[in-house]
Ligand binder design. Structure first.
Ligand SMILES: [Zn+2]
Length: 186
């Protein structure tokens, strides 16, 4: 596992303002590890340093800036991922489907893309309610990008996972339909 060396002087990944070191955790730290049903792994001794932007407050790390797709697949989004994020199955997609259906009344007329949508559960739940929805997620669903443009793009729990948030947003934006474009990022 190759972790990027500590970056002492950093510019925010969103607004490019100065950002300072604000903390460090072990690689095996999961954000919800204190909750019931969440796995707790032994320490690896691999430090992951975080910076905080002094302008917008973004909290981020450079540790994985040099990782490729296969690194994320091997070390994070592997078969054990579900042990650290049990809501990935069922609970979160159901809650998100309710949130989307209740907030976007014209949704039955729209094509909907769930960008970074895990194994496609949210898209499937929307389809069950008559929505033309498709999910895309390279780690859990499919590598092939969806075709076409979409009136609504949802993206839940994606931007805190990407090491390049601005580039991810730009990649997502190519799927916007010109009229009535709308994204819902959460
Ligand atoms: Zn910032």
């Amino acid at each position: 596992m190759i972790i990027k060396s500590l970056v002492h002087s950093s510019k925010c990944k969103v607004c490019e303002s100065d950002a300072h070191l604000c903390g460090v955790v072990d690689f095996n730290t999961s954000c919800d590890s204190k909750l019931p049903d969440h796995a707790v792994l032994p320490l690896t001794g691999i430090p992951i340093y975080y910076h905080r932007c002094e302008n917008c407050g973004l909290l981020y790390t450079h540790a994985f800036d040099d990782w490729e797709f296969d690194d994320f697949k091997k070390y994070i989004y592997n078969d054990d991922y579900i042990k650290h994020d049990p809501d990935f199955l069922g609970v979160r997609p159901r809650n998100n489907a309710e949130l989307v259906m209740s907030n976007f009344k014209p949704i039955l007329k729209w094509n909907v893309l769930d960008y970074g949508g895990g194994d496609g559960q949210l898209a499937n739940l929307l389809c069950e309610q008559g929505v033309k929805a498709v999910g895309w997620d390279p780690f859990h669903l499919n590598l092939e990008l969806p075709q076409g443009k979409f009136e609504l793009i949802t993206s839940f729990e994606v931007f805190e996972h990407t090491p390049t948030p601005v580039a991810t947003l730009l990649r997502l934006s190519v799927f916007w339909k010109k009229e009535g474009q709308f994204s819902f990022l959460h």
